[in-house]
Design a protein around this ligand. Sequence first.
Ligand SMILES: NC(=O)c1ccc[n+]([C@@H]2O[C@H](COP(=O)([O-])OP(=O)(O)OC[C@H]3O[C@@H](n4cnc5c(N)ncnc54)[C@H](O)[C@@H]3O)[C@@H](O)[C@H]2O)c1
Ligand SMILES: O=C(O)CC[C@@H](O)C(=O)O
Length: 528
Amino acid sequence: MTFHILISDPLSEDGIYPLRQAEGMNIVMETNLTPEQLENRIDGFDALLVRSQTQVTRGLIERASNLKIIGRAGVGVDNIDLEAATEKGIIVVNAPDGNTNSAAEHTIAMMMSLARKIPQAFHALRNQNWDRKSYVGVELKNKTLGVVGLGRIGAEVAVRAKGQRMNVIAYDPFLTAEKAEKMGIGYGTIEEVLKAADFITVHTPLLKETHHLIDKQAFEIMKDGVQIINCARGGIIDENALYEAVKSKKVAGAALDVFEQEPMIDFRLLELPEIVATPHLGASTVEAQESVAVDVSMDVVSFLTTGTVRNSVNLPSVPKEIMAKIEPYFDLAERLGAFLTDLAEGTATEVNVKYSGDLANVEVGPLTRNMLKGLLKRHLGKHVNDVNAMYLANQKDIVVNEQKSTEAKGFTNLITVEVKTAKETRKAAGTLLNGQGARIVKVDDYLVDVVPAGHLLFIRHNDRPGVIGRVGTLLGQEDVNIATMQVGRSNVGGDAIMMLTIDKHADSSSLEQLKELSEIQNVTQIDL
Ligand SMILES: NC(=O)c1ccc[n+]([C@@H]2O[C@H](COP(=O)([O-])OP(=O)(O)OC[C@H]3O[C@@H](n4cnc5c(N)ncnc54)[C@H](O)[C@@H]3O)[C@@H](O)[C@H]2O)c1
Ligand SMILES: O=C(O)CC[C@@H](O)C(=O)O
């Protein structure tokens, strides 16, 4: 089998070694495509690898009929329409750690350039202007650095700033007093940080909540003569507000690596002598580029060949040791979902899944997603997968509830799925028998023992003598061979069920004839 991989932004050749080395990978590197050319090119590719330049829009995703995975060689995924990818069942992976050090070093380099006006002085010197008066800087020592967003990069910047003997104060919604104390830094609300700092550096992702986090009001509460660094994402700082704040001398200087519109940046900003800038170079080191490309290439190979990834953005990652425990149940969960979608009449409105016994102590989200995949696939088609199953269930207004219990009714593990539709509520439970594979052990309130595979007939009937014989005879006449049969009843002469495994799919006329037999209430065929 060959997988087709398109790389649309420049990636380190050493970094894509895991892709080159893996078998069956057809790698196409086209890094100069316009958005229109990319839309025309994408169809047929299984994987797309990008950095921050390629805009992976809904339009592009819609044209990618075969795309399974998008790899972002870097951290920020704001250039990828995550909702559109999730909707289409495309997994998005990134490389969250590979460029942390480079971005932190770049931030410090930018802060020092700003403090000592190095780019401006160099520019003057290049123009043969030996000017020492205009470029008097300030020391970092004993100044306060305000860090907004103390994640991977923010924390590395804080550590390095302390090395410059700066006082560091940070704001991050997840920053605790213990963590701040351990790092030897102060912490406060965003307002407290903005008020206290001589230098401010932002390290949040660009989200709805962080868009223009630093706006006109934010500048107003800062110290006069504050200096600002943005090596995170354009858009966190409102560029118009920054322009005005620099013009009015409220802000003494700003160092920008990222811009609201890249590469078409607002060049007005660069006309201000107080601003130093680089063209999104935070991660542009040999080491970072190799590292992020290796990370993302490894995840792409792993996903295409084994279906597992380490750094998914739109699918919760499950630790390896937990995955090893739950993976054997994936197939059972999916088959239970498929079984119930055939068994229950009407459209599902609520699905309740109960995990019992051994499964009560593990992360079961991936099992629920597999069950939903089985449940939805019948009606929504093959594109339903682990990535979009929960999303699609929400979209279809299906309420999904998970429950756990240590009590498994004599089984070591049990998955019970109850599906409610407008017409009825149906239930099935399955278990994984040690060494013998999966079994459905209960349908509604009847105990059974059926391998959840192949063609099944579930028949409800009145418990009367001769019904089983008539069903067997009719199926024989229709050339449908019965492989196994289970029977059960609520009480003598009451409601009863038959669960048959048959060797081939029974055609609709055979099913109609079965339904017409006396004492038969209902016949459902299930193909697993
Ligand atoms: N310039 C570059 O080339 C470059 C390179 C790498 C990363 N980045 C960017 O740097 C940023 C940080 O990356 P990271 O790897 O440290 O991410 P991260 O996820 O480790 O850290 C982000 C932090 O921001 C915090 N945060 C979220 N909303 C916040 C808010 N409203 N106020 C304060 N804090 C908030 C989060 O809690 C988290 O701790 C991202 O935007 C990333 O895209 C840029
Ligand atoms: O691709 C790049 O060089 C930028 C990467 C950086 O912005 C990131 O978010 O990881």
